[in-house]
Design a binder for this molecule. Structure first.
Ligand SMILES: Cc1cc2nc3c(=O)[nH]c(=O)nc-3n(C[C@H](O)[C@H](O)[C@H](O)COP(=O)(O)OP(=O)(O)OC[C@H]3O[C@@H](n4cnc5c(N)ncnc54)[C@H](O)[C@@H]3O)c2cc1C
Ligand code: HEM
Length: 483
């Protein structure tokens, strides 16, 4: 796995090609966005490379400018560290293990790199005004770079803070490359479906710095700004490189026609689609999905089966109150409708190099990827104990229990336990898991609402399962895994 490299910022003060100044020096031959895009399309695989097109004597890290991403055509291993800031020499990676707490443990804070310490100071200051920072950031982005507005949804809804929140979280955990690099690579690949190009990253960086300058007045300084520039450069370069590498082997998105729509309960549907070209993925992963009714609004959905020989993909979707995409999929989608899918993502996959058992907790539609894992184990043909706890608020919500019980009948190594929380307020799944076991020979897999994942992880750790044997995917996976 490649580590992100850090390059210092081009001052750009003379308009000499720094990405903060494209409007000053729009040289279409060498530095214009179109030319940059063309370069990116020809990009090769990622390498830690230098930036020979820039005069190192002009490179200063303290100018508050986001440097141009490295050209992928440059020769590998050219002066990678010559201008690296402290981030490149980051301290040891943090212990990886899920937790709901967003603050790093003391051991991580003690070993944090100088840049990470400065970044965290800013984060502490802007924490209470995060909403205002987000609004200001988007206002700046769309006023200064109106050409970027069409990439975003028409209505910037409750999820509009995802970009900035991820960016800030990634910056905060920049030392934890073990977790951060795979996360950012995935994010970079996923950004291709939005129409994001390498040339867009400096605009986002510029507005990030401007928003932080505005709201972190107490902690802001030239030194802090330089730390943020280096950190943003590191983060964006990993995303840019991953997107360029992905461009060589996969489309930015897939079209997928709905071939069947099965309403299992009044608010849960199984939607099966046929992608327009082969869609490689692993059991336990998820995709992002856009419906024709809400353009540019993407949501995550897990694959409900292991890869099938007919190439069809199924999703179990629950319509949430006032939910845009879920209601469209459950109540509106019909065979013949065409959806868009982003690339597969997620690390909740079966390790076939071990014989350990699988302890699976699926809550609600979270049972979908668990079923995929069971199918994967069955197809692989190795006998491994698989224990599934299927949680739901009511009997009625156990919409796929028949399928799971049928699988149990076919496979003697599989046991399925439905756990219904009759109090209807919180899932009792974790408590049930504590009653069985021992689980020391098992890897754990969790899928479901964030609250269930959090309490499930706590329960699993309390019965002695180490963090590195617990797999789950959720929006908060970065924060969870980094602490
Ligand atoms: C890795 C991953 C995999 C996922 N897999 C699946 C899956 O297989 N099947 C599935 O149905 N969903 C899955 N989800 C959830 C899915 O991505 C959407 O968040 C969900 O469908 C709601 O989207 P929406 O556009 O309908 O609602 P939004 O328009 O985003 O939200 C509308 C309102 O509903 C609230 N809301 C959002 N989600 C819920 C919820 N679960 N319960 C109650 N209120 C909610 C929001 O806070 C908001 O107020 C997954 C999420 C992740 C992160
Ligand atoms: C280091 C830089 C960036 C980070 C960390 C980041 C992170 C994110 C995250 C986490 C999301 C939420 C959805 C998802 O997981 O894909 C998102 C959405 C998005 N990002 Fe980025 N992003 C970055 C840079 C950019 C750039 C340069 C652009 C181009 C203008 C961009 C455009 C978008 C768009 C259009 C969306 C969808 C918005 C939405 O769903 O509301 N991002 N970004």
């Amino acid at each position: 796995m490649d580590a992100p490299t850090t390059t210092s910022a081009d001052s750009g003060s003379d308009g000499g090609g720094g990405w903060f100044t494209p409007r000053k020096t729009p040289d279409p031959e060498t530095s214009g966005p179109e030319r940059q895009d063309a370069d990116d399309r020809r990009a090769g695989p990622e390498h830690p490379v230098g930036r020979p097109t820039h005069d190192p004597s002009r490179q200063r890290a303290d100018e508050g400018r986001i440097p141009e991403p490295r050209s992928h055509r440059e020769p590998p291993h050219a002066a990678p560290a010559a201008t690296a800031g402290p981030t490149a020499a980051a301290g040891p990676t943090a212990p990886v293990g899920p937790s709901a707490e967003p603050r790093p443990p003391r051991s991580l804070r003690d070993t944090a790199s100088p840049d990470a310490i400065l970044v965290r100071r800013t984060m502490e200051e802007i924490g209470p005004v995060a909403d205002q920072v987000t609004s200001y950031f988007y206002a700046l982005l769309f006023v200064r770079h109106p050409e970027l507005r069409p990439l975003f949804p028409a209505a910037m809804d409750t999820q509009r803070d995802r970009l900035l929140r991820a960016l800030l979280t990634a910056a905060e955990h920049v030392d934890n490359k073990l977790v951060l690099v795979p996360y950012l690579k995935n994010l970079g690949r996923g950004h291709r479906k939005y129409g994001t190009h390498a040339a867009h990253y400096p605009a986002v960086g510029e507005c990030l710095i401007a928003a932080l300058t505005q709201y972190a007045k107490t902690t802001w300084s030239a030194e802090t700004e330089a730390a943020w520039v280096r950190t943003y450069t590191t983060i964006s370069q990993v995303m840019i490189d991953a997107a360029a590498e992905d461009e060589l082997k996969a489309p930015a998105w897939w079209l997928a026609e709905v071939v069947s729509h099965d309403l299992r309960t009044p608010d849960i549907a199984v939607v099966t689609v046929r992608p327009d070209q082969p869609y490689p993925f692993l059991a336990g992963q998820y995709t992002t999905l856009e419906t024709p009714w809400w353009p540019r609004i993407w949501r995550h959905y897990s694959f409900a089966s292991a890869p099938r020989s007919d190439g069809l993909l199924s999703f179990h979707v629950k319509a949430v109150p006032a939910g845009w995409v879920s209601n469209a999929l459950v109540h509106r989608a019909r065979p013949g409708d065409v959806l868009r899918l982003g690339p597969p993502a997620g690390s909740m996959t079966v390790d076939h190099n071990t014989d350990s058992g699988l302890l699976c907790l699926g809550g609600g539609t979270g049972i979908a990827p668990i079923k995929a894992l069971v199918e994967d184990v069955a197809e692989h043909g190795r006998r491994r104990p698989v224990e599934v706890f299927y949680g739901a608020r009511t009997d009625h919500d156990l919409y796929d229990i028949d399928t799971m019980l049928r699988l149990q009948q076919s496979h003697h190594w599989l046991s399925v336990r439905p756990i219904v929380d009759r109090q209807a307020h919180h899932l009792q799944l974790p408590d049930a898991v504590r009653e069985y076991g021992p689980w020391n020979e098992y890897d754990a897999y969790l899928s479901g609402p964030p609250g269930m994942i959090r309490s499930g992880v706590d329960a699993l750790r309390s019965v002695g399962i180490p963090g590195d044997r617990i797999r789950h995917d959720s929006i908060e996976e970065l924060v969870a895994a980094a602490t």
